[in-house]
Design a protein around this ligand. Structure first.
Ligand code: TQI
Ligand code: ZN
Ligand code: ZN
Length: 466
């Protein structure tokens, strides 16, 4: 249980409610709990018969867990005394589901510049990496709300940040590796806002171990006044799942939460404004990635994609809106034997089927046998004829045997040696009706793989029906 929650809860319990109710709930209390849950979690059945009671037990417990999570209570699934106490408070009729939470009393920083100091670093990362990661996590909030952060080297800092293991001088000792990773105190004087990271974790900047950026971003939410959210896409949802941290922006729900407390940051030049969607009719149009999916062509650029269906109509969407968690696609290919599509961004990849990103992704590029020095794949294309996928990285390419699940020997090769005349470098590649298309810049080569020769050169935007 987090320390911030303890502070908040202790204050509330003492000041509003006095003594706690008895530990074992009475029949009458259980009915009250069911009524409460059915009000805020609509699928809870208020049951009268014994048989119904048993069948609704599962959703009763799971909703109770949701409610307990939302309030930062110990998640027991039982109507324990603290849960009963929280339920007895006036609720102003607001619904818990799908929204951010704030702490009781809405504690916040009443200043526009909040200072922080990092007093104890972790041996897992370099100091400058920690400094940069902390700054980046705070910037998520200062980008959208009128609040700024400044690192100082003085005791007077508002937020003291430290990495410590076990007992570390507050009433919430850490619990060794895993379990609690970090905690933060809600805004206020003294220990308020302070943020502690459990140094028994393996702190990393990747998907291995515990990603410092994502945990810090979550903790700073608490340190700025955000409680947990029921919105599963929120940073403040109380589950840890790794997402790509490159170009990460504060999810909508958390942005609304922080703006509810501090207001909206007025746009200033050079600020991270939402990018304009790319123009498909630009004769100099280049692509980040391209692939066929079930006979349709998909072209990716700057976080958007165009889908050109076999009926030749073209639609554009944000990648995020179809495949949540995927911001940008550097390379993509369809493995139509397995009916899956693989997206690459930075040193990670996702596997998707239809609009579903499979659980457990993103995963590192090293799964394909690419060396750690490869931090980005420029293009990828699957050759149905040979069940090989070609990966393009700068001026070289690899050949991956999809049946055996390993790289072919003899790779990487120089593109200009193995695939002469297609370009010295490839931004995007796809296959259509037996031909391969390799684009670089605004140009594209149509390539006959069997005869190993370029048939013609075209412009990317010619696929866009302008
Ligand atoms: N630490 C908990 C957390 O930050 C501590 C906590 C529990 C808490 N309830 C609270 C803090 C209520 C403030 C208010 O949520 S943790 C996650 C997540 C943790 C958990 O180490 O379990 C993240 C830290 F969301 F993934 F579960 C970071 Cl991102
Ligand atoms: Zn602590
Ligand atoms: Zn939390």
């Amino acid at each position: 249980m987090g320390a911030a929650f303890k502070i908040v809860m202790v204050v509330v319990v003492v000041s509003l409610c006095g003594a706690l109710p008895a530990t074992s709930p009475s029949q009458e209390e259980l009915l009250k709990v069911q009524n409460y849950l059915s009000q805020f979690y609509p699928d809870t059945v208020v049951s009268t018969s014994r048989a119904m009671q048993r069948s609704s037990q599962v959703s009763f417990e799971s909703n109770l867990r949701k409610m307990q999570t939302f309030f930062g209570l110990e998640v027991t699934g039982q109507a324990d005394s603290r849960t009963l106490e929280v339920m007895s408070r006036p609720r102003c009729g607001f619904i818990d589901i799908n929204r951010y939470g704030l702490f009781e009393g809405r504690p916040k920083w009443n200043k526009t510049v909040v200072t922080y100091r990092i007093t104890d670093y972790t041996p897992d990362l370099g100091r400058s990496d920690v400094d940069a990661t902390i700054a980046k996590a705070l910037k998520l909030y200062s980008d959208v709300a009128p609040i700024d952060f400044k690192q100082i080297d003085s005791d007077a800092a508002d937020i003291i940040i430290k990495f410590k293991a076990g007992d570390h001088g507050d009433f919430a000792p850490f619990d060794g590796k895993y379990g609690v990773l970090a905690h933060a105190f809600s805004p206020g004087e003294g220990i308020g806002g302070d943020t502690h990271f459990d140094d028994d974790e393996d702190w990393t900047l990747t998907s291995a171990g515990t990603n410092l950026f994502l945990v810090a971003a979550h903790e700073f939410g608490h340190a700025l006044g955000l409680a947990h959210s029921e919105d599963e896409t929120a940073l403040m949802h109380p589950t840890y799942k790794y997402v790509n941290t490159e170009g990460y922006m504060l999810p909508d729900d958390d942005r609304k939460g922080i703006q509810a407390l501090y207001g909206v940051r007025a746009k200033s030049p050079g600020q991270s404004e939402p990018e304009l969607p790319p123009n498909k009719c630009d004769t100099k149009l280049s692509f980040d990635a391209a692939t066929s999916i079930k006979g349709d062509l998909y072209f990716f650029k700057d976080g958007y994609f165009w889908k050109r269906s076999h009926r030749n109509n073209i639609i554009m969407k944000k990648i995020q809106s179809v495949w949540p968690g995927v911001n940008k696609v550097d390379a993509a290919y369809e493995n139509n034997r397995q009916h899956i599509v693989i997206f690459f961004e930075g040193n990670h990849y996702w596997v998707v089927t239809g609009n579903t990103v499979l659980p457990g992704y993103p995963k590192p590029l090293s799964d394909f046998g690419l060396p750690a020095s490869v931090t980005k794949v420029d293009a990828a294309v699957y050759l149905p004829l040979t069940s090989r996928t070609l990966f393009f990285v700068r001026n070289r390419y690899w050949s991956y045997n999809e049946r055996r699940g390993r790289m072919d020997v003899g790779y990487p090769k120089l593109i200009r040696r193995g695939l002469p005349r297609i370009a010295f470098q490839v931004d995007a590649a796809f296959e259509k009706r037996g031909y391969l298309y390799f684009s670089h810049g605004f140009r594209q080569k149509e390539y006959d793989f069997r005869r190993r020769r370029v048939r013609r050169t075209l412009l990317n935007y010619e696929w866009m029906d302008c």
